[in-house]
Design a protein around this ligand. Structure first.
Ligand code: ADP
Ligand SMILES: Nc1ccn([C@@H]2O[C@H](COP(=O)(O)O)[C@@H](O)[C@H]2O)c(=O)n1
Length: 286
């Protein structure tokens, strides 16, 4: 039987498997190839020589060794203005490694249509509901981006503007990270998104503190006024926290009370992440 023998036609064996099964005994190599109905491209079963086989297997082994490493994905959830972004940048700085990047679920808010923008300006658009009925978030792009990152692929992250409720035309490229930190209010809500994460953290900050921080931030940075922030909070933000965000706390592996101010919790968390990275052999620069 003739066929093409390449890495993609093999099951996902690692290089140790190839080394163990193919590099010690040429006769074993032939048996293994034969038993899985593989022959080398262009060679008949009778005339392929063992030397040639071994050298091809050797290069196959190199290809397997170069297979892209899956990054370690850490999810950071919590209410709006709980300190998720602050916690993420603390972790990022503590790992002091260029190959750590942070992405926010906020980047995956959809650009609103003109009539939806009018609703948003009147605090009548719900940005906090997880359901697809409101489809404030572009869940499909969010999920496919996480899946690509998980596979070690490069991605383009949208850049979102809270003042205009729309995406900018520019995107931000993320390439080759060892650790990806994903933060957002609803990142633990959907099981198949949650399951992409290797570690889940919930930032648990008192609701008064969150509201005070949100008022200050939204006025200073997101182009809002006091009355608008309070109305939106009362109509949507508080309900969503109680009904959809707080219930996802149970999925967290670790809870950080008070957010970025909690240096003890962040130090413990960073030590834990470092030991995890060492145990899964991503210790190169730690
Ligand atoms: N420990 C803190 N003390 C004072 N202000 C804080 C603290 N942590 C965060 N903030 C401020 O609160 C706002 C929300 O924090 P952020 O980390 O962006 O929260 P989130 O990402 O959960 O919305 C920001 O303006 C930030 O500067
Ligand atoms: N155009 C938008 C989009 C979102 N929001 C609010 O942002 C909050 C989530 O962001 P955090 O950084 O605070 O986690 C969410 O509660 C939305 O209400 C908005 O106001 N306008």
């Amino acid at each position: 039987m003739k066929g093409r023998f390449n890495a993609s036609s093999l099951p996902d064996y690692n290089s140790e498997y190839l080394h163990h099964h193919f590099s010690t005994s040429p006769s074993t190599s032939a048996d293994k190839l034969d038993s899985r109905n593989f022959t080398l491209s262009g060679d008949s079963k009778d005339d392929y020589n063992e030397k040639n086989t071994l050298s091809r297997l050797q290069s196959l082994k190199v290809n397997f060794n170069q297979k892209k490493k899956e990054p370690f994905i850490i999810g950071v959830a919590g209410g709006s203005a709980s300190g998720k972004t602050t916690v993420c940048s603390e972790i990022e700085q503590s790992l002091s490694n260029k190959r750590v990047c942070v992405i926010s679920q906020d980047s995956f808010y959809r650009s609103l249509e003109e009539e939806e923008k009018v609703l948003a300006q009147n605090q009548s658009y719900d940005f906090d509901h997880p359901g697809r009925f409101y489809h404030a978030f572009d869940y499909d792009v969010f999920e496919s981006t996480l899946r690509k990152l998980k596979e070690g692929d490069d991605v383009e992250i949208p850049v979102y503007c809270f003042k205009t409720h729309s995406r900018l035309t520019t995107t931000e490229k993320i390439a080759g990270a060892d650790v990806i930190i994903v933060e957002g209010i609803l990142i633990f809500f959907t099981k198949h998104i949650r399951d992409l994460m290797d570690m889940k953290i919930f930032v648990d900050t008192d609701s008064d503190v969150r509201l005070a921080r949100r008022i200050r931030r939204d006025i200073q940075e997101r182009g809002r006024d006091l009355d608008g922030v309070l109305t939106q909070y009362e109509k949507f933000v508080k309900n969503s926290f109680d009904d959809y965000i707080m219930p996802t706390k149970k999925y967290a592996d670790m809870i950080i009370p008070r957010g970025g101010a909690n240096k003890v919790a962040i130090d413990l968390l960073v030590e834990h992440i470092k030991s995890k990275l060492i145990s899964i052999n991503r210790n190169a620069n730690y």
